[in-house]
Design a protein around this ligand. Structure first.
Ligand code: HEC
Length: 282
């Protein structure tokens, strides 16, 4: 509740639009005119916030330092971490993730791959690394968030081209699609309930139709993003986690196969979009 109120307060301040905070999860489509004016308000707000730069840039710099720092029981940096473009290549790597990795024998998204590198190269324990992947409100970013910011930023301006060649990449897409349309929880919602229709909104937020390439691209390429209302860089794993919460589904395990499959589905639908992340969100 606290978060909703503070977001509303911030938006009211920035846009002069008085927002109604509803605690219901009713999904509804609004008249086109109202929707436009609200979306315009948010765009304006984003512009105001973006003046002077996206705070994510500071987190990207922290991530870059972490990437090169010798850490963990093996006292090694991540400079040999292979993100799919060759050991240590960060440039444009994110635009081709998730993908199949031979050494791990499975499809991985950026976050599970970073964990893999921290474990294999630096000798850290997976349990320790994934204990608290997301920062709390007002905390500085976690190591994973900073590394995500750095790697993602290195694909800015690159066209998203998530591979769908390896049988496991195709299988992950199919499973992701199933999860996207799977209805469950107390409201019998699927991701599709909120994200497969044009022009739907919940409270103030537009709900992008993630099954169509236009809105899917716009949404996917703007994440991960710095969330102003939370003062934090939020990763894709966080995004999914929060939508599982909105769906009233059980907690989504960080880096789980289900989370990776969903990301393959979302990313492949957005292929061809120009990466603009880390973005800036309300
Ligand atoms: C009850 C409705 C609801 C359900 C169900 C839901 N979401 Fe969302 N989703 C939202 C809302 C609301 C936002 C915007 C949140 C915000 O701005 O804070 C959002 C945002 C997103 C975004 C980012 C869009 C953008 O343009 O920034 C993605 C990606 C996403 N959801 C994916 C999913 C996936 C995958 C699922 C299924 C696991 C899912 N959502 C289920 C309501 C829902």
């Amino acid at each position: 509740m606290k978060r909703k109120l503070s977001c509303a307060a911030a938006l009211t301040l920035a846009t002069g639009v008085v927002l109604a905070v509803s605690t219901t999860t009713a999904v509804y489509a609004q008249a086109a005119s109202t929707q436009e004016s609200t979306s315009d308000g948010i765009a304006e707000y984003r512009e105001m916030l973006g003046e002077g730069g996206n705070p994510a840039e500071l987190i990207e710099m922290t991530g870059e330092e972490l990437w090169a720092e010798k850490r963990g029981p093996k006292n090694a940096s991540l400079e040999q971490c292979e993100l799919g473009q060759g050991p240590g290549v960060v440039k444009n790597a994110y635009a081709h993730l998730p993908r199949y990795f031979d050494d791990a024998g499975r499809v991985m998204d950026l976050e599970s791959r970073l964990v893999y590198c921290m474990v294999t190269l630096q000798g850290m324990s997976e349990k320790e690394v994934t204990k608290k992947p997301f920062s709390g409100s007002g905390d500085y970013s976690t190591d994973l968030e900073a590394l995500v910011g750095y790697v993602v930023g290195q694909s800015r301006g690159t066209l998203l081209a998530v591979p769908q060649e390896h049988p496991q990449e195709k299988a992950a897409f199919e499973r992701g699609k199933q999860i996207f349309f799977f209805r469950g929880g107390p409201y019998d919602f699927a991701c599709a309930s909120c994200h497969s229709v044009d022009g739907q909104r919940i409270r103030l937020q537009d709900l992008p139709n993630l099954t169509e390439s236009g809105p899917a691209r716009a949404a996917y390429t703007s994440w991960p993003a710095y969330r102003v209302s939370q003062g934090a860089l939020r990763s894709m794993q966080w995004r999914l986690n929060d939508c599982f919460r909105q769906q009233r589904m059980p907690h989504l395990k960080y880096g789980s196969q289900a989370s990776i499959d969903l990301l393959v589905f979302l990313a492949a639908n957005a292929n061809g979009g120009e990466m603009a992340a880390p973005g800036l969100k309300r």
